[in-house]
Design a protein around this ligand. Sequence first.
Ligand SMILES: CC(C)(COP(=O)(O)OP(=O)(O)OC[C@H]1O[C@@H](n2cnc3c(N)ncnc32)[C@H](O)[C@@H]1OP(=O)(O)O)[C@@H](O)C(=O)NCCC(=O)NCCSC(=O)C[C@H](O)C(=O)O
Ligand SMILES: [Mg+2]
Length: 303
Amino acid sequence: MSSSASLSVRLRRSVLSVPAINPRALAKVPDLDCDVVIFDLEDSVAPEKKGEARENLRRFFGEVSPLHDKECVIRINGHDTGFADDDMAAVIACRPDAVLLPKVDGPQDVERVADLLAEADAPEGLRIWAMTETPLGVLNAAAIARMGRTDGARLDCLVVGLNDLRKATAVPAGSGRTFLVPWLMQVVLAARAFGLDVIDSVGNDFSDIAAFEAECRQGRSMGFDGKMLIHPAQIGPANRYFGPSTEEIAEAQAIAEAFAAPAAAELNVVNSNGQMIERLHLDQAERLLAKAKIIQDRKGNSA
Ligand SMILES: CC(C)(COP(=O)(O)OP(=O)(O)OC[C@H]1O[C@@H](n2cnc3c(N)ncnc32)[C@H](O)[C@@H]1OP(=O)(O)O)[C@@H](O)C(=O)NCCC(=O)NCCSC(=O)C[C@H](O)C(=O)O
Ligand SMILES: [Mg+2]
C-alpha cells in the first residue's frame, strides 16, 4: 500500500540567518527565495543592541508575518547569558514557527524551554530547534534528538554550528571538514533515529560560491536536509543542491509507476530495468516527489 496519505514533508533546503539588528536585511526577507528564515538575536547582535533587535522583531512580526512561503524561526541567546528571559518574551509575543536554541548541551536545555512555552500557553505549533555546536551537544546528540519523540518537548530540527564547534575543539578553520565529518554524521544519525530534520552548518566565505557549492554537495551526500546560510547569494545554490534534481524526479516517478502497475499490487519487490526496487524505495520516491511538488507549486504561485 502507498504511504502517501501519511506523508508530512517540509522543505528546509535553505535556512538563512538574518541579524535581527539589521533593518535593511529584515526588509529583504519577504522577497527572498529561502525555505526558512532564522531571525538571529544571538551571535550577530552586540550585547548593547539586544533590546533594539527584539523591538525590530516585534515590529516585523506585527507588520509583515506570517510569511506563507517560509518558516520563521527566532534564535535566542543561551540561558546563561542574561538575555534569554527577554528573548523568550519576544518569542512568545512574535509567535514564530520555532525558537532556535544555541549551544544545546543536553536534553535539559530543550526541556527548560519547552516548559516555558507550556507555561506561556504557546500554541503547540510553536516548535523548538536546537543548535548542535558544543562538544557536549555532539556527544549527547542522541539524548537531545530523543526529545523529538517526547510528549510536549516540541523538538523538530537540529542545526549544526561548526564555528562554535571548531572554537571549542581547536579543529582549525583552514583544515576543511575532513576531521569534522565523524561528528557531522553522528548528528545526522541522531536526528534520523528520532525522526528529526537536520541542517548543515554555515559556510562563512559567502564570496566563494564554488567552495560553497562543494560544501552543499558534501552536506547533501551526508544526509542533511539543508544548509544554514549567512548571505542571500547562498540561497540559490542551497536550493539547487538540497532540492530534488531532474534525474532524481524522473527516477522517483519511474519507481512510483512501477508499483502503481496492477501486476505489482501484491509485490514488495519489482524489477525495474534490471534494478531491484523495494517498497522502501517507494516511500523515498514519494517523499521526493512531494518535495518536488511543493517547489513546483511555489513557482506557479510566484509566476
Ligand atoms: C556577512 C554580512 C555581514 C555581510 O553583509 P554585507 O557587507 O552587507 O554584504 P553585502 O554587501 O554583500 O550585502 C548585499 C545586500 O544583501 C543584504 N544582506 C546581506 N546579508 C543578508 C542576510 N543574511 N539576510 C538578508 N539580507 C542580507 C545586505 O543588507 C545588502 O543589502 P543593502 O544593505 O540593501 O545593500 C551579512 O551577510 C550578515 O550579517 N550575514 C548574517 C550574519 C549572521 O546572521 N550571523 C549569525 C549566523 S552564523 C552562525 O550561526 C554560526 C553558528 O552559530 C556556528 O557556531 O557555526
Ligand atoms: Mg554558534
